[in-house]
Ligand binder design. Structure first.
Ligand code: ZN
Length: 260
């Protein structure tokens, strides 16, 4: 199966109505193309549930990263950068306004597919006053295995360039703290992002996050969450060694310098 075919399948899985992850034009998906220099991203105005190959726009990775670094935060500059990033000069569709965020995530080591959704269950938490404190602890072993040591929290930010830049700042901080990339990104009053190497891992992290949040909100009916003790978490989670942490940071710095 081609990468674009895999991306279509992933989008249909994330957009299926009964999963309640996205309705109408909500959410978007992307994948690094075979050449590693461009990526496919959902066109604006399309729906995950029934998108086909022609619903994606092929975008130049370096050009989009350059805009992420330098473009002004206004509608004209954003639109110009999105148009200029398109690989096919005859392309008429506009890439999603979240293309910058996808470009950044796909530039990270080992990330090839990105799923972004607005799940009902997850947003019930992300739109709550106590969201940030409630995600501070881990609840059960499989959450740690599939979703990692902690989700990355991103405070509410305007869509487009501002959100992509805030997300980049937060991912860099996360890597400094944990030595790995986040598997789950939670955006306040907005939704979920799961960057991964394969579509299967995007789906796994999405499904496990929905389950975790349902359980978390369920605990509120019975006295609140009983987080796993740190030594139990440590036993399940294998910390990366310092060499790996340095390697990830160096790769991220090199990627950023190449567009500076
Ligand atoms: Zn969104």
């Amino acid at each position: 199966m081609t990468i674009l075919q895999q991306l279509v399948e992933l989008s249909h899985w994330l957009g299926a109505e009964h999963r309640e992850l996205a309705i109408l034009g909500e959410g978007n998906t992307s994948a690094l193309a075979e050449d590693g220099k461009s990526f496919y991203v959902k066109a604006s105005g399309t729906r995950l549930m029934d998108i086909e190959e022609d619903g994606f726009v092929r975008v130049d990775l370096q050009k989009t990263l350059h805009a992420l670094e330098h473009a002004e935060e206004n509608d004209e500059a954003t639109r110009a950068a999105l148009e200029a990033g398109r690989v096919d000069p005859n392309e008429k569709k506009m890439p999603s306004v979240e293309t910058f965020l996808h470009a950044y995530l796909l530039s990270l080591p080992g990330i090839r597919f990105v799923g972004h959704t607005h799940p009902v269950a997850v947003n019930a938490l992300l739109c709550s006053r106590q969201a940030e404190e409630l995600i501070a602890g881990r609840l059960f072993p499989d959450e740690i295995v599939v979703c990692g040591i902690a989700p990355l929290w991103v405070p509410y930010t305007d869509p487009g360039l501002p959100l992509a830049r805030e997300l980049r700042r937060r991912v860099e901080g996360y890597v400094r703290q944990y030595g790995v990339l986040p598997k789950v990104i939670l955006m306040q009053n907005h939704g979920l992002i799961t960057p991964a190497e394969t579509p299967q891992k995007v789906i796994a992290a999405t499904a496990m996050t929905v389950k975790t949040v349902k359980i978390l909100l369920g605990t509120m009916a019975a006295g609140g969450p009983n987080f796993l003790a740190p030594h139990h978490v440590e036993r399940i989670y294998t910390r990366p060694d310092e060499a790996y942490r340095q390697q990830i940071i160096a790769q991220m710095q090199a990627a950023r310098e190449s567009v500076a």
